[in-house]
Design a protein around this ligand. Structure first.
Ligand code: SF4
Length: 223
């Protein structure tokens, strides 16, 4: 039996033209020289959160309740990246705290991880209306924040949760099905692609492939 837990709820999700995704990854990317000390890295994360809290770089700022910059350990070995905040995240300012987030917590537990050991973020830091997919220009405006978070945390591994995160971070228009099942590289960091928890809540047949992906995550995190 696969170890990814079953779930009963199915929150909203969406899809959008894949070609638009490539446009989003052309945003300017800050350079990580790999030499930042811990205090500098913590300061960078704080600065990103502060900048995000005041950000009006895209139209998603108009309808947000609060920004959702991301959270987790500065020394997290793995960073999980999703698409964007949902209603509960918009209300609380914390990533993955709704039904999908609770399901993600179960995934983490299945591979002996705790949320506090990880860093969790999204491609856009403000909730898209009605949980629609973020538009390419919105992702392009917001991506530098995620780039800086990656530079600060310097994870050993990134796990993309869903097609939007995978296409954004890998700079591709390939389908999620084509991207999962192998380990990618992004600026020297291994990247694993799996389904978004929301998708698995809607379609429990995805539990088995997700478990396969989580086992890869677990294997890559072994010392
Ligand atoms: S989604 Fe990102 S770029 Fe757009 S307003 Fe929010 S923080 Fe700024």
């Amino acid at each position: 039996m696969e170890a990814v837990p079953a779930a009963a709820q199915a929150p909203a999700g969406s899809s959008a033209p894949a070609a638009a995704r490539a446009q989003a990854v052309e945003a300017p990317v800050p350079v990580d020289d790999g030499s930042r000390a811990g205090a500098d890295r913590a300061e960078l994360l704080s600065r990103v959160a502060a900048e995000v809290s005041a950000c009006v770089k895209c139209g998603l700022s108009a309808n947000r309740t609060t920004t959702v910059p991301g959270e987790g350990s500065l020394d997290a070995p793995v960073m999980f990246v999703g698409e964007g905040p949902g209603a509960e995240e918009d209300r609380t300012g914390r990533p993955f705290v709704g039904a999908a987030g609770q399901y993600l917590d179960k995934w983490l537990k299945s591979i002996a991880l705790d949320r506090s050991q990880c860093y969790i973020a999204n491609c856009v830091k403000c909730r898209p209306p009605q949980n629609r997919e973020p538009h390419p220009e919105e992702i392009g405006a917001c991506l530098p924040y995620l780039e800086q978070q990656i530079a600060a945390v310097r994870p050993r591994l990134i796990c993309c949760l869903g097609r939007i995160a995978a296409q954004t971070l890998l700079g591709t228009t390939s389908s999620l099905g084509a991207l999962r099942g192998r380990v990618h590289q992004r600026n020297g960091i291994p990247v694993v692609v799996t389904y978004h928890p929301s998708a698995v809540l809607r379609d429990q047949s995805l539990r088995k492939p997700v478990w396969e992906d989580l086992k890869v995550v677990q294997r890559l995190l072994q010392p």
